[in-house]
Ligand binder design. Sequence first.
Ligand code: URA
Length: 597
Amino acid sequence: MSLSTTTAQTPPPIAPPVKVRKHNHELGCPVLGCTGGDVFSPSLVVGDDSYRVALVGEALGETEAKTGKPFDGKAGFKLTRLIEWAGLKRELFDIWNVVWCRPPENKLEGTDYEQAAVEWWKPYWRPLLSRANVVVPMGNVPLCAFTGRKGILRARGYFMEGDSGLGLGGVRLLPTVHPSFIQRGQSKYSAAFIHDIQKAVGVAREGMQFETPDYLLDPSPSVAYAWAQDYRKALQDAPTIRLAYDIETPGKDEDESESDEDDPTYFIWRIGFAYEPLRALSIPWEPSYIPAIKLLLASPGEKVVWNASFDNPRIRHNGVEINGLIHDGMVAWHILHSDLPKGLGFVATFTCPFQPPWKHLSTKSPAFYNATDADVELRSFLTIETELKATGLWSVYQRDVLDLEPILVHMSRAGMPIDPAVREDRAIQLAERQRTTLDSMTALIPPEARKIEHVYANPPKVIEGLLSRQTIKKVPICSRCGHHRPRKDHFKRFVRKVNPCGEATVTLQQQEVAEFYRLQPFTPSRLQLMTYQKAVGRAIPTKWDKKEGKRKPTMDEKALRGLVVKFPLDKLYPLVLSFRELDKVAGTYIGRPTYKE
Ligand code: URA
């Protein structure tokens, strides 16, 4: 394995900002028929603390055309929020657009004037490009302006070299999605945007790490067998190492999970393996390689696969056993970021920061493509494992996904659906764990952050499980002896005896008394968590509600993860995340017990 690192050379002093200029006809864009009222300007960092990262959008919108500042309207508001969530400062980014005026009806992407408009404005980028170590094209229009191709969702998060066409040489790009895209109901991409700009700032500051993979592609069967023997030796020395594997089949569809004998995907073309980062093997699935494949997959060591329900039945169908504990990286990722896409090409941008794009190479370089898949799977899983452990979610993955795999395998091999009894048993166990998690959470909530379900007017006979507080109340007393809450017969007049209180009456006296009350059971609902935030004197997180057009309090997964980072000593937030995960696992993988509680 060789890993070379280059650090950016000391950057040249930053070029002075281009002055904000009112648009005039001389500089007008004839392509878009700009009028004198249109305005353009980049927004550039003035001081030395610049991140040296340029965030590059499409063209001015309505507000921007009025104010002359890029990203000054709705998209700009979103951009600012995203930058803040990333823990960065907007004013330290250079922000500009590839087109510096407002296109007719705000439309540029896909129009027949898109390319001409971009070309017309290119010369104006010249002074800006030398200021940035990393350029972040946001969306398809700037991506295409620098690379000549579209497909931002595939390109985002990957470093690539672009060409401005200005004869300035290569531009280091890190494309990401446009803030407006996130705003239009794709809020799950916020995490990707935040991750991308953090990565851009990191690389602009510290330089790029070039990772050189060492892949063994289509060696002879005996060399492949020797590689497998090396793995077995390494496993003996370090029994915890993981072997990642990935198969390539015709018409592979990642979402396909049904076993079907006629399915062409049951024919395996090749298989890739990796047990050390940046080292991998890819071999054809042919009889002469089967001994090596068997030696690898039959080992007792732990395995890693991406979407086990696709690869495993196909491997077994082709007569090869897989031993050892099998980790499904895709499921582990889903537990970590349930709202994000699960494809390896997407996940790699989070887990392998310097991995170049490879998903386009499946036809051109199938062996390299396959080896990269195995390598990226391994590296991704190792990162996901670390993150699951850091967020307290590893046990959820381990007990509720990993432990279930052998049962699933056994059942599907026997051609049976999962035994209902096994499922029920798992569901009961899971419900039990949810209950314990709930108890641990409840113990952490101060009474003042709990809702009161019932206040007893009179002290109840059974006070177990109730709380009491001192309060001033008007208490009925006997006007003569002061007896509390006298009953009717307290004033009874007798024939032979004198009742000293016979003439007395009931009066109300203000007194400090113990009042008993019952709390509502704690559930980690949004409202109860908001009450907790108030009780412990912490701000309630908010998020933008598109429907209502304003920010609203939230206690969603993202907000909770933010709180875990902000308040690492508070045990409640990880428990809530874990409880919700258990709930999800119960709903998605196992089911809920049928008994009524
Ligand atoms: N959208 C862009 O791409 N740029 C702006 O400046 C505003 C909205």
